[in-house]
Design a protein around this ligand. Structure first.
Ligand SMILES: [Zn+2]
Length: 309
């Protein structure tokens, strides 16, 4: 079965239905098989951008003349690995001035508290995800009831972002686009970075994925989720990046790109077709799941209660 777009070994694996009912099992399984808490080598990507995440979870460092920006922090156990990667590249974790994220779940915002304590950086979050960052995930529409299992330390948000806001530091300017669905405040970051006198459009897409147990047709826990996913997918389909980075490393084949970058440098990271394929996969999964849930509702209730989009 697939978890975060990767095929897991079939043997002794719980079914999709079992995972949908058991968030703890799902998170433990994803952590182990997708290597969330294993270190990996950091890498230069383009201009001021570096990969500093774990083997399974992306963290991105933007280095500027006025200090650095960190995008995503992995799980509550990822902090020391990110710090080690930043030091390996010759930068100081203490130079991080702003911390941002794709969405508020514990596999991306888990080490926010750790990194903020270490750096004193300002945390900037899209408005609908602010509450879940400040209450350790308790107010998340789906995982809120299990927030203690996720173990995400609450942390104060310093700047509340809205759709289209810009986070700027030194030469780097990132635009925050509200792309809800996966969480209500999922954020897609878009920027243009320079290297060798050339400009590269760089995108960090978020919001289009759904996990086991999500109801995406018309659930009580998140009215309007289907329309939100649809808007998000249409927006993501409109972007044409040269370089992109998913928040899970298997989305964009990090290890292969890193290997190629040793000889090909920036060329290894240029991947417009990979982005198009990734978003097309998200669209297909969304349409299939929506149809499945609508069909299921018809079977059970005799008539679908799904609102037309
Ligand atoms: Zn998530």
């Amino acid at each position: 079965m697939h978890v975060f777009g990767q095929e897991l070994p079939a043997k002794k694996m719980p079914t999709k239905e079992e995972l949908a009912k058991n968030n703890k099992l799902f998170i433990e399984l994803a952590n182990k098989h997708l290597h969330w808490d294993e270190p990996t080598e950091p890498a230069h990507v383009v201009g001021p951008l570096y990969f500093v995440g774990t083997r399974g979870l992306s963290s991105w460092l933007f280095v500027t003349s006025e200090g650095n920006i960190l995008l995503n922090t992995g799980t509550p156990r990822s902090g020391p690995m990110i710090v080690e990667s930043i030091r390996k590249l010759g930068f100081k974790p203490e130079d991080i001035k702003i911390i941002i994220n794709g969405h508020g779940h514990s596999d991306h915002a888990g080490a926010f508290a750790y990194m903020k304590k270490l750096t004193g950086a300002q945390i900037a979050i899209m408005e609908p995800d602010v509450a879940m960052i400040e209450d350790g995930g308790k107010s998340d529409f789906h995982y809120g009831k299990d927030y203690k299992i996720m173990g995400q330390p609450p942390v104060k948000v310093d700047r509340i972002l809205h759709d289209g806001d810009i986070v700027k530091l030194g030469e780097v300017s990132l635009t925050a686009h509200l792309t809800p669905g996966h969480t209500k405040g999922s954020t897609t970051w878009v920027t243009t970075l320079m290297e060798g006198g050339k400009q590269y459009k760089v995108v960090f897409p978020d919001g289009a994925g759904f996990n086991p147990g999500y109801q995406i047709a018309n659930p009580e826990e998140y009215p309007g989720i289907n329309q939100d996913y649809r808007k998000t997918l249409t927006f993501l389909e409109s972007l044409k990046p040269d370089i992109w980075g998913g928040h899970h490393t298997e989305y964009f084949d990090l290890e292969n790109k890193k290997k190629r970058a040793a000889t090909e440098e920036i060329k290894a990271w240029i991947d417009p077709e990979g982005y198009r394929r990734f978003i097309a996969g998200k669209r297909k999964a969304f349409e299939e799941e929506t149809a499945l849930e609508m069909g299921r509702k018809k079977d059970v209730g005799g008539k679908s209660n799904l609102k037309k989009n």
